[in-house]
Design a protein around this ligand. Sequence first.
Ligand code: F3S
Length: 387
Amino acid sequence: MHLTKEEELIYLGEGGDTKRRSMEILVALGDIYGADRLIPVASTQIAGVSYKTLGEAGLEWISDLRGKVVVPSILNPAGMDLCRWQEMKIEEEFARHQLEIIEAYRRLGISPDCTCTPYNLRPDAARPGENLAWSESSAVSFANSVIGARTNREGGPSALAAALVGKTPRYGYHLDEKRVPTHRIKVEAHLEGSDYGALGYLVGKIVRGGVPRFVFRLRPTRDELKSLGAAMAASGSVALYYFDEKVPPAQDEIEDITVSPADVREVYEKNFADEDVDIVAIGCPHCSQKELERLADLLAGKKVHREFWICTARGIAERCPRLVEKIEQSGARIFCDTCMVVSPASELHRKMMVNSGKALAYIPGMCKIEAAFGTLEDCVRVAAKRV
Ligand code: F3S
């Protein structure tokens, strides 16, 4: 990979040890994937925040770094609500390590808003055509497909390296030729809400790492696109999809797939459960303000009889304190900075009901508990059912 004079000097250590180590990561990645050069990034989103996945070695590595990031950078969810972790039944030792991780990132100039939906928190986090280095798979999918920015699915270390250097190797989804559709998905079902999570769960398994182009009857909302992309990234490894007329010409051998109403129904039928569910969790990806409004309406006048977590970004919850209060009157809890997949608190349960195709795909493997799937209305109904 070609380096400019200035990049070469960083590689040789002129910008200090942290920048040298970061440049080594970027160069190694560029060489592996055949990048021709480095390109500037407008922002980074950095995974590897939960102590559950980062561990002691990761904490040491981050604590060793010096200096400041050179582009706006935000963190992925941590392993706990940074303020209400006791309510999640997080152990003190875990909490101490988790707070040390956040502090180490903060020293590097990274915003401790821990969220997988930075685009909801900061509308200018990504703009069409910008190159980014984002890590979390649903955020990557949203940035590429809905915003029209360009990012690979970075690992935590490579996103952090990009944040410290301000650049990323030019390969993969930064290139036009990697952004052409590989499958056309004709959706015959009329979908709403969590149906998009069910659709993504199905399509991700079929297209794996492909680039699907959807033909919908009605244009999905922003939150529905968020759920669709998140599920496809989890059940497959889709990082880019198309859903409107702005589509580059397809390859000749594009594969056609039709999704019927029965296909979508089957995801619910195979995964629905209201027995044995001891926790319901919403907010994968993190809830938008609109989703919180819908939850407040559904929970009005009800009491929940199971643990009911609603995960969102702290900045979103802080924008609408009355909504938070309304929701929590039901006994549900709004947890910020974290989620049901990356928090060890999920492991204290037996079966978790979700309305997210991504959480359905990840909960059994990441949390070692059973997962059940239903609509948002199903989730509220099960939570409010007497045990
Ligand atoms: Fe976000 Fe956690 Fe789901 S990071 S996409 S809420 S698994």
